[in-house]
Ligand binder design. Structure first.
Ligand code: ADP
Length: 486
């Protein structure tokens, strides 16, 4: 008879997860993938840092289960474990006020030390997790990249650790955790270990946390099949392409899903009206409400284009800057929600000033507003330079808002481009990172919107009925987990 602790235990480590904290797609994925893996039969527990910005309603209900000290090079550091169970998933929050009691989440001078601490704490807590048969340590992005390194170098030959296999998932290769190499000895305490020296150094005086994870993990994955191919070439590989080439047989590309309960226009409480693919009329009410909210002309026939996301080079803001004025000559409205690099924030604010009747820019992180925008808009602009997966385009399709994307990474894998001969498609796409291609594609989309509303509505229906749930991805993760345990 199977008891709970005979199930394969997966410790899923991330620095952010919905609904506790989120700055981007990683938060969405870590919030929803564990639930899908649980349905596949795994005993999934999630480990997160107990950072200050987690809402009090969660913090006040956490249960303290253990505290102890462990060595981080010459330091002896405190580690508290707080437990919280939500919707069937148990979360373990690592408590250390020195590292995590800060106003923000990322961007501190000592992020290297904070992430090293977090990665080692992930390994340290494993024996204290009650009734847990830990077989897989699944780490995500550079914040947890040292956990597979510590697992092998610091805990080898201990039975509870030796049976654990590690998987590292790259959500964004742009952020790798590059540090001066004094960190290797002073913080990681690994400078005397030749293998760690070799695997973490990228040159004589710099180490790279992600390179460590890519070398030490038993399997590696990234968040779309196309991106798994792309990162093997120098344009996308961010200087790590050789490792991906070397480890291609251990590299999996699994397209993310979205939480279709949370992103559900039929039930979303943030919306002025609810709707579905078959009862679409509520979307017009959402559009009217959005125009009203932003004091834009209320006219159902004016297409609204939105952008939601980080305002960084990755998201194609350079292309947008080139075409903005020409685009805004068209009969359309543009609403941007995001935060990011100052140069892009200013560029957009400046354009808003020049086009007060057509453009609005909201430099905020606002979950509810993003839902109102996905629902009220007609198109989403996402001309990314690179895109490991991208969730924004999937969410917008779910809300019947057609994405205009550069066909790269996960955008290529999730958006099927409109084919005027067959009528197939769930959005619009262009290939080269070229402003005129973006402009041409966007103008074509708007022309279709104005002239063939019947085709447009068919595309909306196709977009809304795509299956972006985690079910498919979870099955492939299941295959990967089976492979790593072989
Ligand atoms: P990233 O590269 O940032 O992970 P994704 O497209 O994968 O991009 O995921 C972005 C997620 O963050 C989506 O859920 C999107 O709605 C959300 N998001 C990004 N910026 C904002 C913002 N300013 N306000 C609200 N939600 C945002």
């Amino acid at each position: 008879m199977a008891t709970k602790n005979e199930k394969i235990g997966v410790l899923f480590a991330s620095f952010e997860a919905m609904p506790f904290l989120k700055t981007g797609g990683l938060g969405d994925v870590a919030g929803s993938l564990p639930k899908a893996l649980k349905k596949e039969g795994y005993d999934v527990r999630v480990v997160l840092p107990k950072v200050s910005c987690i809402p009090d309603k969660y913090k006040s209900k956490m249960k303290h289960i253990k505290d102890f000290y462990f060595p981080l090079s010459w330091r002896s550091v405190y580690c508290g474990i707080e437990e919280y169970t939500l919707k069937g998933i148990t979360y373990y929050f690592i408590d250390n006020e020195y590292y995590f009691k800060r106003d923000g989440i990322y961007g501190y001078f000592d992020d290297g030390e904070r992430m090293a601490y977090f990665s080692k704490a992930i390994c340290e807590i494993i024996p204290y997790i009650p009734n847990f048969n830990c077989r897989i340590l699944h780490c995500n992005d550079w914040h947890t990249a040292l956990a597979p390194v510590f697992l092998r170098e610091c805990y080898r030959n201990q039975p509870i650790y030796d049976r654990i296999r590690s998987i590292f998932t790259v959500h964004n290769i742009k952020f790798q955790g590059q540090m001066s190499d004094y960190v290797l000895g002073d913080i990681l305490g690994l400078s005397q270990i030749p293998a760690a020296n070799a695997q973490l150094h990228i040159n004589h005086d710099t180490i790279n946390f992600m390179k460590g994870a890519l070398s030490y993990s038993d399997l590696i994955s990234t968040v779309s099949p196309s991106y798994a191919q792309e990162i093997q070439n120098p344009f996308y590989g961010e200087h790590l392409e050789r490792i991906f080439q070397r480890r291609w047989s251990s590299l999996w590309g699994i397209l993310n899903g979205i939480d279709t309960e949370f992103f559900n226009p039929e039930k979303d409480k943030a919306l002025a009206a609810n709707y579905s693919a078959d009862y679409i009329s509520g979307k017009s009410a959402c559009k009217k409400a959005l125009q009203n909210e932003f004091c834009l002309e209320e006219d159902e026939d004016i297409p609204i284009i939105i952008m939601v996301g980080r305002l960084t080079q990755q998201k194609g803001l350079d292309l947008v800057a080139c075409i903005l004025d020409e685009l805004l000559n068209e009969r359309m409205q543009l609403i941007v929600l995001g935060t990011g690099d100052q140069e892009y924030e200013w560029m957009l604010k400046n354009a808003e000033y020049r086009h007060p009747d057509k453009m609005r820019v909201c430099l905020n992180f606002d979950e509810a507003l993003s839902h109102r925008m996905y629902a009220g808009a007609d198109m989403l602009l996402m001309p990314s330079l690179f895109e490991p997966c991208g969730l924004t385009q999937m969410i917008s399709m779910r809300y019947g808002t057609l994405p205009i994307v550069r066909q790269t990474g996960g955008l290529r894998d999730s958006v099927s481009c409109y084919n005027e001969y067959t009528g197939e498609g769930t959005g619009f796409g262009f290939n080269n990172y070229n402003a005129h291609e973006l402009l041409y594609t966007t103008k074509n989309a708007m022309a279709l919107y104005h002239s063939h509303r019947d085709i447009w509505e068919a595309l909306m229906h196709q977009a809304m009925t795509q299956d972006f749930s985690w079910d498919n991805a979870a099955k492939t993760y299941d295959d990967m987990y089976k492979e790593v345990l072989k």
